[in-house]
Design a protein around this ligand. Structure first.
Ligand code: 4NP
Length: 160
């Protein structure tokens, strides 16, 4: 099983949006039996909470299911369980380091990427945080495009 974990700060705006969109795309591609998906936040303020209203509204608008999503915090064993950890911005990558204990050589499985690494045509490299900007539409467009390309990358890399 290939495991993909999306990570942001609060796990209520960007990473649950990416989780829902990617799950939808993976299902459409008929790969839901081989690719497992989750999301988490580096912060602990929203543990157990559903996605932000803005994320739920935009997902509803595009008829992407999000029922049952609940925020959780990153755990150290995520670095062993997950194949790919996809962060929304550079500060998430920095914060992730504090959750990665000193793994024995070869034990850590996950490779960490930023979502916009998969959208090289875009001028920005970090997904803006709609918790502060209020712009869920622009984030949806970035997430949708980058997740499509992430899926193509995984299909090629994992020979699916
Ligand atoms: P997210 O946005 O990282 O995209 O989920 C945020 C959500 C909540 C907070 C910060 C960012 N917060 O400070 O509570």
């Amino acid at each position: 099983m290939i495991q993909v974990l999306f990570v942001c700060l609060g796990n209520i705006c960007r990473s649950p949006m990416a989780e829902a969109v990617f799950r939808h795309q993976v299902k459409e591609a008929g790969l839901d039996a081989v690719i497992a998906i989750d999301s988490a936040g580096t912060g602990d303020w929203h543990i157990g909470h559903p996605p932000h209203q803005g994320t739920r509204d935009i997902l509803d608008q595009y008829q992407i299911k999000h029922e049952g999503l609940k925020a959780r915090q990153v755990r150290s064993d995520d670095f062993i369980q997950y194949t790919y950890i996809i962060a929304m911005d550079a500060s998430n990558v920095t914060n992730l380091a504090s959750f990665a204990p000193d793994f024995v050589e070869g034990e850590k499985r996950a490779t960490i990427h930023k979502l916009l690494d998969f959208a090289p045509d875009r001028s920005i490299k970090d997904v803006p945080d709609p918790y502060y900007t209020g712009n869920f539409q622009e984030v949806y467009e970035m997430v949708e495009e980058s997740c499509e390309r992430l899926l193509a990358f995984i299909i090629e890399k994992e020979k699916l």
